[in-house]
Design a protein. Sequence first.
Length: 571
Amino acid sequence: MVVAERDDYLADVLVDLGLVQAEQIAKAREEAGAAGVGVIDLLLANHVIRPEDVTQAKAAQFGAEVVQLKGLQIPDEVISIIPRHIAKKYRIVPVLKTDNKVAVAIADPSDLNTIDTLTHLLGAEIDLRVASEEDIEAALTKYYGGDKKAVQDSRFTEVIQELTESEVFVAPTDDNGEAVDADAPLIRLVNQIIVDAFKMRASDIHLEPLAKRFRLRYRIDGLLHEMKAPPKRLQPSIVTRLKIQSAMSISEHRIPQDGRIQTKVGSKLIDLRVSCLPTNHGESIVMRILDKEGLKLGLPELGFFQDDQQLFEKIISLPDGILLVTGPTGSGKTTTLYSCLHFINRPDRKIITVEDPVEYILAGINQVQVHEAVGLTFAAALRSILRQAPNVIMIGEIRDLETASIAINASLTGHLVFSTLHTNDAPSAVTRLIDIGVKPFLVASSTRCLMAQRLVRKICKKCAEPYQPTDQEMRALQLTPEMLKEATLMKGRGCANCSNTGNRGRFGIFEIFVIDDDARKLIYEKVSSSVLRARAREMGMKTLREDGIRKVLAGLTTAEEVIRATVGDEG
């Protein structure tokens, strides 16, 4: 019934616009009624009107503008406003963005539910443009085609097409293995992969050879997202190109290799740490994108609340002792240590780091790259740098007794030492050091602070909205109705700013264990980590989960994120 009324009104508009005669409409209504079809469908089938006429009538009906998508080149920043799954679901294409208004092309401007939903999802006023269904379909394929999670630059597809039409699939190099043509399709393809990853805030690029395809994935806010991948037959050429860029041996395919790439994205210079690993179906490449801007973060941006920040600033300003940051791989330990160095880096302090590898180049700091092939191990480097009279030493990771012993001796002779360990919580770092052979009295006398950390995703600020936690979340985090009365829990609804995930960026949750005289006595007595943990709790140490709960109640992250990051930590 609604369709019939809509057809009748549209037919009247067609008459008003002079696109069809009133007699033709009257005749079509009789035939449509007898055949049980729509008036507009019948007029189109009989070629009385054209699809363009219907589009024009729909636009006139709602006072909207007709847009020809076929001849329009829509910028990537406009396309990225609406995520792929929303564009596909509602059959819409963004065409223009102004201050607080988004111009959207739609085939059916009478679909008020879709328009209301879009206004809510985008948080902006919708300026309706009308396009034919064929135009909408073609534009959806062109701009959103094969990408599952986010909008990739359309140039990626163009380069693939150019390579497909070419007969040459090898990376263009000269006799020295150097690229000779920066505009070659393959080089542009590799560059585009890196540019897309940077624009989408990815921390890693994974190029993985599988049996029948060459998989491309980006890690964004800690989660892997599969992207539109290059054809399998370009795999050797892409790997070769990346090995050339990162100064690896292109003739070696049997052993793992590491390298670095420095490239520009727009006006910004970024570093990539590249790892190449031989696998069953070819060489797998992983590139870590190192963005130096993250190292200039203050402690609040890392996730510290004011009370923890004051405590931590006091500890890292001490003249000597050891500060250990613990946590699994990918928990942000290195970023925390670099931020500490940035905080205390002053002209009157000499800072030396020993790292494997050196990830970020920091101004005013002496950084030593471990090179075991020539005998430059952590321990050998440490012995040498102590003769350089530093005030502060950062060791990438304490892995063995020799490194640990030199680090502890350095801290006992007036140096402030920062390092990392792989343990689940802060008190366990003590038992780890004792397990690798360090004497308990040395651990007790040198250690100033142990800090465990994890990363959780931030709620997107642009689409955050209040929500009620489930009973399961309430039980897991031990939340009470009284706690919820004084706080508003938030959750991201999903918008263009966060690629409809509800989260944008990450920050830390922390467990800070400051070693006092009572704790030193317990360490000297070689008590278990559970006893040490109980003592730390008595001193007021907040566990990872408790710190996470504070940040959930402050509306910074979700209960789901904290539960995921602190599995096994029941407080």
